[in-house]
Design a protein around this ligand. Structure first.
Ligand SMILES: Cc1ncc(COP(=O)(O)O)c(C=O)c1O
Length: 426
């Protein structure tokens, strides 16, 4: 039996009538852009995240770009993020006009390491005594913002990141594109916080495979800063304050009404879906305990409640394990095979292999197993038995899948992305 990495048809079957109803309502009202459906979703999503505002936009990439721009990010600035994320995080920074830079991630959680960030600020930057701002020594640009990514659905350790941000006058824009509903226990505030509510602004993606996915493209910026919300509303709509009064140069980056209506309908199910993902994750933890030593299981610190957008294990023999699972009809993913600093698109930044060792070793070892709320215990057991089988019969498995997969296990930035180079170092 085939077990896909992701099943997008099944969850929609159960909601079909409801979702068709959304489409019908939009058709009857003739309201496709903006309007009640959008506003209702924005109110509900802001309440869900614990923010004053949510602003629906065209995609997670739009959300990141608009959030950065609305927080004042632009030319002559550096914004720091992590190298092991989807390329959109870096694209948004670059497209907002800033220079993108990276710090390495924590070896256990694969999220932004506050220690690496502090080292970056101390070793690669200097403080300008006049403005009290941090200047990146090599590029002479002002470091103005940090983008921690809540990767795989697990929150980054925000307390020390927010402390550094306050000390060095940096805006924090959360990349929450993979983490709808994840929670972080702030030891400082002694309370649980939803991701999307901790930075000055946050970006969410509603790409179909996300924990909360549209039936097409979509995204949102969450914020409790009224000025940021106002600017994002303008940026998504050609810089308009009202029809044909353009206060700034903007974009066509709106969330359409049908997608907003669909997201509103699905939002009611999100807590239950996230809970189910957490059950699937503990199922994997339990069933894969026997392979401990061969595969490293994801680690969830006590201060994190991950929503397991992805369940990612680590194995030195990752490529052979992936091929073995594929030969048994089990789909897997790699998030991500090449860290951003080694992508062809980023070559002008001047980084090379060895620049961010933790992110680089993650790229060689990570493997995402099938993960969705509908994954039954039976199917999950088939996946884990197949993993255990691989490690119990190493010779047979190695012989069966051949050696070409070992060769996949190297960074080949020059060969992967064609010739486009769009991220420039300033
Ligand atoms: C971490 C991260 N950031 C940004 C994005 C961009 O979102 P979108 O594809 O909706 O533009 C994604 C989407 O996969 C993501 O995973």
């Amino acid at each position: 039996m085939m077990i896909p990495f992701l099943d997008l048809a099944q969850p929609h079957r159960a909601l079909e009538e409801n979702l068709v109803g959304v489409f019908r309502a939009a058709l009857r009202r003739g309201a496709f852009v903006g309007g009640e459906m959008l506003e209702e979703f924005e109110r509900a999503f802001a309440a869900f995240c614990g923010t004053h505002d949510a602003v629906g936009v065209g995609s997670g990439t739009d959300a990141l770009r608009f959030a950065l721009m609305a927080c004042g990010v632009g030319r002559g600035q550096t914004v720091v993020t992590v190298p092991n994320t989807f390329i959109a995080t870096a694209e948004a920074i670059s497209q907002a006009g800033a220079r993108v830079d990276f710090v390495d991630v924590d070896a256990e959680t694969f999220n932004l390491s506050a220690t690496s960030l502090e080292e970056f600020l101390h070793n690669k930057c200097r403080m300008d005594p006049g403005s009290g701002r941090v200047i990146h020594s090599q590029s002479q640009s002002v470091v103005t913002a940090i983008v921690p990514v809540h990767l795989y659905g697990q929150p980054a350790d925000m307390d020390p990141i927010l402390d550094l941000a306050a000390r060095f006058k940096l805006a924090v824009i959360e990349d929450a594109c993979q983490a709808h509903g994840a929670e972080y226990f702030s030891r400082k505030q002694e309370q649980w916080r939803r991701v999307g509510s901790m930075g000055r602004a946050a970006a969410f993606s509603f790409y179909p495979g996300k924990n909360l996915g549209a039936c097409g493209e979509g995204g949102a910026v969450t914020t409790s800063d009224e000025d940021v919300a106002r600017k994002v509303r303008m940026l998504r709509d050609h810089g308009q304050v009202r029809k044909y009064y353009h206060q700034m140069e903007g974009y066509n980056g709106r969330l359409d009404a049908i997608q907003a209506g669909i997201l509103r309908a699905k939002l009611d199910h999100l807590p239950k879906w996230n809970e189910r993902r957490r059950e699937v994750a503990s199922g994997y933890d339990e069933l894969l305990a026997a392979a401990n030593g061969e595969v490293a299981l994801p680690s969830e610190p006590g201060w994190a409640r991950s929503v397991y957008h992805l369940y990612v294990v680590r194995a030195a023999s990752r490529d052979r394990l992936k091929a073995h699972l594929a030969s048994r009809g089990i789909g897997t993913g790699i998030h991500y095979p090449i860290p951003i600093h080694l992508q062809k698109a980023c070559e002008t930044l001047g980084y090379r292999i060895g620049s961010f060792p933790v992110a680089e070793s993650a790229a060689e070892e990570v493997l995402s197993l099938p993960m969705y709320p509908e994954l039954t215990r039976e199917l999950q057991t088939q996946v884990t038995e197949c993993v255990l089988e691989f490690f119990s019969e190493p010779k047979a498995c190695v012989a069966a899948v051949g050696s070409q997969h070992d060769a996949e296990n190297t960074h080949r930035p020059q060969q992967t992305l064609g010739s486009a180079t769009f991220l420039k170092s300033h």
